[in-house]
Design a protein around this ligand. Structure first.
Ligand SMILES: [Zn+2]
Length: 89
């Protein structure tokens, strides 16, 4: 199982508790959904379909993987569809 990272130094977790987390994008899923990781303590969160953020659990990670796969297929489909069709005459 893949659990969120725990802080290696307890002071880093305390720092985040005082001043808040410093999140950076760790993975782009779609144009609107990203996964984030705290630079200090390693806490991972994700955007959800409903527009909120949640802790990046194993279930959310699986949902994001499937969503990313669907998004890539959709992008490839619309890219093929937008290309001109050659008709042999
Ligand atoms: Zn943090």
């Amino acid at each position: 199982m893949n659990f969120p990272k725990k802080p290696t130094n307890p002071l880093q977790g305390a720092y985040c508790g005082l001043v808040g987390h410093r999140y950076r994008v760790s993975q782009r899923i779609t144009h609107h959904i990203n996964e984030y990781e705290c630079c200090n303590c390693g806490k991972q969160i994700t955007d959800t379909y409903s527009g909120t953020t949640e802790l990046l659990t194993n279930k959310n990670k699986q949902v994001n993987e499937k969503l990313a796969e669907f998004f890539r297929k959709k992008q490839a489909y619309f890219q093929r569809k937008s290309q001109p069709v050659r008709i042999a005459s």
